[in-house]
Design a protein. Structure first.
Length: 421
RNA sequence: GUGAGUGUAGCUCAAUGGUAGAGCACCGGACUGUGGAUCCGGUGGUUGUGGGUUCAAAUCCCAUCACUCACCCCA
């Protein structure tokens, strides 16, 4: 086999798709209960959208995007995240004027050309939420509560930790970055090589270094939570007050860093055990400046995205068993096979699933297949049944069987489906 | 981009320089129109690829590719 899938891409075979359908269905249910509505946005966008939103100097834009020139000569990019497209769509469709308050969610593939590892692929899938139009801390609290309840719905609340932080406004952040950089310069030679580089590229990352020595050296570095302006501090305090009031557990982590440039004020991560090094299962924050950066009016907004592969790693595959047909046909002879197809169509139209082998195999082989399919009933159709217009219905859970007129098959089965064996 | 580990049947793994095997799965038979349990049989391999050492290589050496995990970065 010389043709292989690309590195970091995966096939989801039928044994795995039930779990994905489960994730999607459960998420839709919770998100819509909070008033969020689904949007479906393009996978391919103008490259400039991501350069302007994510940040020119980020790793994502600098070296991880799937960017190419299409045959029309335009530079286009497979979306590496969802927020940029959502804001673009919000602005482009005039929502800022017609319906400025909007709660959106989306799910689907994102693409980043990173080195694959546990919980990280080049095509990965996110469920994302964007809440447009409210600058109030109540919006932050709603989104955080929604995030938590979403994972609670999957039964994961006792395995997760919510961490929150504030980045202040852009002026706060710029001032803080310079203060931090100055502080770190004094420590430069004692820090690890990665951190020495980070002082210049992204000083906030130094605070997030995994090396114990770096963490000790930066223990008394200035904290962003103490450096933000009065308004931002009040906003953050109010968010925490609401979270406390509704009983949502969280931890303030002033060292938490965001990878995308557009975040301001509240940011957060949901961390999980058992995911290896990629332990953030969801993350997000407020991005009040993004709409303007993309050429629109100011639109206060925030959102988050969760990694579906990472969520899937936390779930028990048994939670989403494979679907089984209600019945399995056991036939002999070409006339019987044709009649079985006709009856399968009628059953399917009533929502009753039935499967069958399409090769003329022995009764024994077909019965074995019926058993393995998980079907409740075997529907036997051969010479005898064809002669008198009946189907022999065998209940595979009890072994008992009855002869049923072919015309009565649908009502017979529908009457018995509800009845446990 | 950097580092480490691993590559043998569809899957999980044996075979420590001397005939490439087992379990599971799949197909069939025992049981000619009746599943699950049991027993029997069968299909399935250029041992990732290329080169080297050797009388002889899955095994040792080199290269290369792939996968996995970690760093970086991030959901």
């Amino acid at each position: 086999m010389e043709l292989k899938k690309l590195k970091g891409f995966r096939d989801l075979l039928p044994d795995e798709t039930p779990l994905w359908q489960h994730m999607e269905a459960k998420a839709c249910q919770v998100l819509e209960a909070f008033g969020y509505r689904e949007v479906r946005l393009p996978l391919l966008e103008d490259t400039a959208l991501f350069r302007r939103s994510i940040g020119e100097a980020t790793d994502i834009v600098e070296k991880e995007m799937y960017t190419f020139t299409d045959t029309g000569g335009n530079s286009v990019t497979l979306r590496p995240e969802g927020t940029a497209s959502a804001v673009r769509a919000y602005l482009e469709n005039g929502l800022a004027r017609s319906a400025p308050k909007a709660r959106w969610y989306y799910m689907g593939p994102m693409f980043r050309r990173e080195r694959p590892q546990k919980g990280r692929l080049r095509q990965f899938h996110q469920i994302g939420v964007e809440c447009f139009g409210w600058a109030e801390p109540e919006a932050d609290a709603e989104v955080l509560a929604l995030l938590w309840d979403l994972f609670s719905a999957f039964g994961l609340s006792d395995r997760l930790r919510l961490e929150i932080n504030t980045l202040g406004c852009s002026a706060d952040r710029a001032a803080y970055v310079e203060a931090l950089r100055a502080h770190l310069q004094a420590l430069r030679l004692d820090l690890c090589p990665d951190c020495q580089r980070r002082i210049d590229t992204n000083p906030l990352r130094v605070l997030d270094c995994k090396k114990e020595r770096c963490r000790q050296l930066t223990a008394d570095a200035p904290r962003i939570t103490e450096a933000v302006c009065g308004e931002c501090a009040a906003h953050f305090a109010r968010v925490r007050e609401i979270l406390d009031r509704v009983g949502l557990a969280y931890r303030v982590n002033p060292r938490m860093v965001r990878g995308l440039d557009y975040y301001n004020r509240t940011t957060f991560e949901l961390l999980a055990e058992g995911l290896g090094a990629q332990n953030a299962v969801a993350a997000g924050g407020r991005y009040d400046g993004l709409a303007e950066a993309l050429g629109g009016p100011p639109v206060p907004a925030l959102g988050f995205a969760l990694g579906m592969e990472r969520l899937g790693l936390l779930l028990d595959p048994e939670a989403a068993p494979a679907p089984t047909p209600t019945a399995y046909w056991v036939t002999r002879g070409p006339e019987a096979a044709a009649l079985a197809l006709a009856l399968r169509r009628k059953l399917a139209a009533r929502g009753v699933g039935s499967a069958m082998d399409l090769a003329a195999r022995s009764f024994k082989a077909q019965m074995r297949a019926a058993d393995r399919s998980g079907a409740r009933f075997a529907l036997i159709l051969a010479e005898d049944e064809m002669a008198d217009g009946t189907v022999t219905v065998k209940d595979l859970s009890t072994g008992s069987q009855e002869t049923v007129a072919a015309d009565d098959l649908i009502s017979y089965l529908m009457g018995h489906i509800a009845t446990p064996a």
